[in-house]
Write a protein that binds this ligand. Sequence first.
Ligand code: S3P
Length: 198
Amino acid sequence: MSTRPGRPPEAKPSAPVSRVRVVFLVGFMGAGKSSVGLALSRRLGWSFEDLDERIQSQEQRTIAQIFQQSGEARFRQVEHEVLRSLVRELGAVRAKKVIALGGGAFVQASNAALLEQDGFSIIFLDAPAEELFRRCQQDGLERPLRRELQEFRALYHARRDGYMKASLRIETSGRDVAAVVEEVIHSLELRRSESAPL
Ligand code: S3P
């Protein structure tokens, strides 16, 4: 087959390619940010990171110890510093990555501002407060801010407008991790060719 001289070969039509290269999962305690994040990263062949893990390894103590020994205000400072350095790395390395944030991170305006960048997508994983409270009980992780249901619910409602500033909200109530992962992939138009087979 010959091509006409003087004209560049025509581009083949192709499926839309998402410009998203970093997905941040945000939402309240028990939303499934870490489990969905890990499964999503495997599905896409991207790397995964949990911000709380990075905080713990930098501080050489658990989140609960940071709260107990230094208080929540200090925890928030460290959280912000660690997020800022992670975002700086993401700019330098330009790798594809899924990142789970701790439940209070995105609702701090200074943290949300760091994530307003091209190629970053923020997904809010949501569920009713009562279900989130139950899930936290089941996973048995130590969470300094999960005490009484009433207080937990009030904090959830106080933060909800902050979470709603995410690019997308996904309801997770009554759904398993795989279904939520599929919805993220579909909503962000992440190409199937980038993801491992089902
Ligand atoms: C917090 C949630 C926790 C952890 C810290 C504070 C919060 O993360 O960052 O205990 O303020 O909601 P998870 O949402 O992963 O439990």
